[in-house]
Ligand binder design. Structure first.
Ligand code: NDP
Length: 308
């Protein structure tokens, strides 16, 4: 009965170290090293092998090594095998840091100051009070809620938009398609923390940008597929969007020569907003395996019909 890890091999070595310490009795393997495929009960992966069902006939659980599961073809994971996304606490902590950084960077006009520095321009820009900069978060899951909680300290008026209704103290919550226009109309800095699903693909598009106040700013930490890139470039050129901070792209890595690389109104990072921390990830998968054996509900269980 063994555990197979098929993702970044450097992080895999870290997982192996923590498995050895926390579950020394479980044989742990890092792809491409493989045990007898029939012995593999648990698989942690970013992109699963093509024929999971045929290759590992006795699988009991599949884990995504990240919080998102949009990289999975759900049809390839047998219906009776639960698919679980990573819910270890470091993912949320580092996302909260990154979005705080991004919101403050946009609020304090960092893209313009970086551009001025490159051009050797020493010029003030008036400060806008945080109380007059309205921040809105799309997606009020574990990450969106964590981010809003931390942003409270700066004094931004806060709002959130979500598929199902939410009540969060100090945050104006909007729901579904009927709540979207009102949410956007009051949002100066928009943060996308949605999962990528057929419903949310391309949601950051020209009509959404047009519904924001002129000169609004964008933080995309969801997935590259949420953003219609040409629409963002047009909105930046026309001034409807003043600046953007993007952690995700499609494809990744962003190709050489792509206009985002050198755009003076874009700050770009290479999908590093948060990363799974091996020790807490191993604790999470061991806890999930134990819950599964006891027949308990699984935190992070993916609803394949919903897509996240
Ligand atoms: P959760 O599943 O906890 O939350 C997702 C939220 O989005 C839920 O509240 C859900 O609503 C809402 N939602 C889903 N579909 C829609 C929709 N069509 N319209 C409105 N709201 C919707 O996910 P997390 O917070 O853990 O993660 C969110 C995403 O962040 C991940 O899927 C991933 O894409 C991205 N991510 C990016 C990382 C990075 O490094 N850049 C790292 C980690 C995650 P409901 O309450 O109804 O279910």
């Amino acid at each position: 009965m063994s555990f197979l890890y098929k993702a970044n091999p450097v992080r895999g070595a870290e997982w192996a170290r923590h498995f050895a310490a926390l579950a020394p009795d479980v044989p742990f393997h890092v792809w491409p090293d493989q045990p007898d495929p029939a012995s593999v009960r648990h698989l942690a992966t970013w992109v699963p092998p093509d024929d999971i069902a045929g290759t590992f006939p006795n699988l009991e659980l599949v884990f995504s090594v990240g919080a998102g599961v949009d990289q999975f073809d759900f049809t390839k994971v047998p219906a009776h095998v639960p698919l679980v996304r990573m819910l270890e606490p470091h993912i949320a902590e580092s996302m909260v840091e990154y979005v705080s950084l991004a919101v403050l960077a946009l609020h304090r006009d960092l893209p313009r100051f970086l551009d001025q520095q490159r051009r050797e321009v020493w010029k003030e820009i008036q400060i806008t009070a945080a109380a007059r900069r309205r921040v809105g978060v799309m997606g009020l899951g574990q990450l969106g809620q964590g981010v809003l909680e931390r942003l409270k300290v700066f004094g931004f008026p806060l709002a959130g938009w979500n598929r199902s209704p939410r009540r969060i103290a100090g945050v104006d919550c909007y729901t579904g398609a009927e709540g979207l226009a009102a949410f956007l109309a009051r949002t100066d800095i928009l943060v996308c923390l949605l999962p990528l699903t057929p419903e949310t693909r391309g949601i950051l598009n020209a009509s959404l940008f047009a519904a924001l106040p002129a000169g609004a700013m964008l933080v995309n930490v969801g997935r590259g597929g949420h953003l219609v890139q040409d629409d963002l470039l047009a909105a930046l050129d026309g001034g409807q969007i003043a600046a953007a901070m993007l952690d995700v792209a499609e494809p990744e890595p962003l190709p050489a020569g792509h206009p985002f690389w050198r755009h003076e109104k874009i700050i770009l990072t290479p999908h590093i907003a948060s990363m799974t921390h091996p020790e807490t990830a191993v604790r999470f998968v061991l806890d999930t395996i134990a819950r599964h054996r006891r027949g308990e509900p699984l935190p992070g269980l993916v609803d394949r019909a919903r897509g996240y």
